[in-house]
Design a protein. Sequence first.
Length: 192
Amino acid sequence: MSISLYLASASPRRKALLAQLGYAFEQFSVDADESPLEHESAKQLVERLARLKAQSGVALGYTDRPVLGSDTVVVIDGEALGKPRNKADFTAMMQRLSGNTHQVMTAIALADPDKVLSDVIVTHVTFKALSDSEIDRYWETNEPQDKAGGYGIQGIGGRFVTEIQGSYFAVVGLPLYETDELIQRFLNNYEH
């Protein structure tokens, strides 16, 4: 039996990673309010958003096969860092990440009209100490502007990473092993 899914994400990175797993899928984007709720931890936020994206796909009528949603946040000192609003915001993020270890939390969720399953994968990433000129030059590449936490590990930002503990693919945006496991768990509930 060939497995077919929907990917509720406009991300080209998530599309490329899901393709590596060999599943047939169609991609679409969903609009989701990504604002954190009051007293919501970073882990609760990222899992809620992944579930929301998957369930939003179902609500839009994508009901004939499971919908995969995913979300990623960069967390330092318990605070989730979103996409940089401007250069000053980006610079402040990089100064916090510089010489420190942070967490990248990626949540994945699969939904259909009857159920939703989700998981959160936490990866620890350590940055080297960054100079002001390195931070400025990185901003000028335009890579950080649409990235959670202001960097892309799979791109130029990877040069700042000295150590990673956990899933590299989760940091890029879709953990391969855990996504495959979640899909199998989801589908096994249907076997009689």
